[in-house]
Ligand binder design. Structure first.
Ligand code: UD1
Ligand code: MG
Length: 443
């Protein structure tokens, strides 16, 4: 097993994002773009160094520390170019057989490409570059090949007309043999148009030393870099298009896939049907045969097989919907278990609650879970029936098979199989309406 180090360059200021959030923490599919990169680097890499600017170090370290405790965040005090940034990790270079350098703002780099490049190192290359054929090569470094050997990368700014005509471009991933990496990078100078230390100059230095330098081809999408909000939207579009295609290939029906939006971790089973205009936030699992009707929003929720959600339903974090249950229009469920076959079909809020199997929660039912200070639970038993427009003031328990009359405000436990009235009885005054009417018209 070869030891490995990944260096993720993320010290750009991201000025064009015009944001208080570091560029690399902006989400794609609900996951910070930096985390997409860290996931691609994956578990096969021993050490990870993320290079951040002084301005964003703390935010980036906090976010990375929560999810990737094996990664270290180091600061590049001054932005002097990509080689200068990679050298921030110089102290850990020589300990690794493979050093992989990637950019934190290039979210679709794949683990497959990284593995392929490391494979070339294992086969004896000293340096490997991920090259690509973009539709428009403007702005990219050009790869100058001699047979199978890469001899130099020329940045567009420094390229001749002939070099600019080259279509094979630097996708921004580089793998270096740890044995020579530090030596090569130390030799890079800043004698170019931008007075920066270009990582790309490592190629020519290695070649002139007689070392083997290779290029592999990666998909242009893998090198999609994000500098502004419009590229962020482009990346999101690409992410969504890919996920939709994957889900359809796995047996999910979407009537208008272009209107359905997924998170990075959405899990859908076979024969799920998703109607138009549905949004999935992070943390959703949907079981086999579930139908999600139009205009529903689902985040942090689990839906068991055969349930029907929506139209216009909102499942919030902690919602767990049992098999065959129905959650209808304008119903919001939060932190609640809804039992098998239960029905909450119209205009309800059910939060911090459990609803037993086959219970029927009528239109306009509200669990009053918050008293202004703390949240409390509502437990509704199996087969219970909650009449329309009832307020269940938590903490409160409705027993199995109990029946709550419409319009009730329930503040005390309802025993199993009891009928509870939590409202005033109706009083009829015969003829009184007509009397009032007559009085008005004679005055
Ligand atoms: C770089 C490559 C270019 C390639 C392109 C692919 C170099 C010199 N050029 O150009 O060949 O085609 O990417 O997208 O490498 N960064 C730092 N510190 C610095 C400078 C940059 O951390 O001092 C980070 C940036 O935040 C960014 C990445 O390195 O994530 C790349 O830098 P950028 O300035 O975008 O390089 P390009 O000009 O796009
Ligand atoms: Mg760039």
């Amino acid at each position: 097993m070869r030891t490995s180090l990944a260096v993720v360059l993320a010290a750009g200021e991201g000025k064009r994002m015009k944001s208080r959030l570091p560029k690399v923490l902006h989400p794609i599919g609900g996951l910070p773009m930096l985390f997409h990169v860290l996931n691609a680097i994956g578990a096969g890499v021993d050490r990870i160094v993320v290079v951040a600017s002084p301005a964003w170090k703390e935010e980036i370290a906090r976010a990375v520390g929560r999810e990737y405790p094996q990664a270290v965040v180091l600061v590049q005090t001054e932005q002097r170019g990509t080689a200068h940034a990679a050298l921030v990790a110089r102290d850990v270079f020589s300990g690794a057989d493979d050093v992989v350098v990637v950019f934190g703002d290039t979210p679709f780099v794949s683990s497959k490409s990284i593995e392929l490049m490391r494979g070339k190192l294992a086969d004896g290359a000293s340096l490997v570059v991920g090259g690509m054929l973009p539709d428009d090569p403007t702005g990219y470094g050009r790869l100058i090949m001699q047979g199978s050997q890469l001899v130099a990368i020329r940045e567009e700014r420094d390229a001749s007309d002939a070099e600019r005509a080259i279509e094979f471009c630097n996708g921004g991933i580089m793998a270096l043999a740890g044995a020579t990496a530090l030596d090569i990078l130390n030799e890079i100078e800043d004698d170019n148009e931008q007075n920066e230390f270009y990582l790309t100059d490592a190629v020519e230095i290695a070649h002139l030393r007689g070392l083997s330098v290779a290029a592999i081809e990666i998909a242009a999408d893998e090198a999609l870099g994000i500098n502004d909000r419009s590229q962020l939207a482009q990346a999101e579009r690409l992410f969504q298009t890919t996920r939709r295609a994957e889900f359809m290939a796995a047996g999910v029906t979407m009537i208008a896939p272009e209107t359905v939006f997924f998170a990075h971790d959405t899990t859908l089973s076979r024969d799920v049907v998703i109607e138009p205009n549905v949004v999935f936030g992070p943390g959703v699992t949907i079981g086999e045969g579930v139908t999600v009707r139009a205009f529903s929003h689902i985040a942090g929720a689990h839906v068991a097989p055969g349930a029907i959600i929506g139209p216009f339903a909102r499942l919030r974090p902690g919602a767990s919907i049992g098999a065959g249950a129905h959650i209808g229009n304008f119903v919001e469920i939060k932190q609640a278990d809804v039992g098998e076959g239960a029905k909450i079909n119209h205009l309800s809020y059910v939060g911090d609650a459990s609803v037993g199997a086959a219970a029927n929660v009528g239109a306009g039912t509200i669990t009053c879970n918050y008293d202004g200070v703390a949240k409390h639970r509502t437990d509704i038993g199996k087969g219970a029936f909650i009449g329309s427009n009832s307020a269940l003031v938590a903490p409160v328990t409705i027993g199995d098979g109990a029946y709550v009359a419409s319009g009730s405000v329930i503040t005390e436990e309802v025993p199993a199989d009891a009928l509870a009235f939590g409202r005033a009885r109706q009083v009829n005054k015969p003829g009184r309406a007509a009397e009032r009417r007559n009085k008005k018209s004679s005055s």
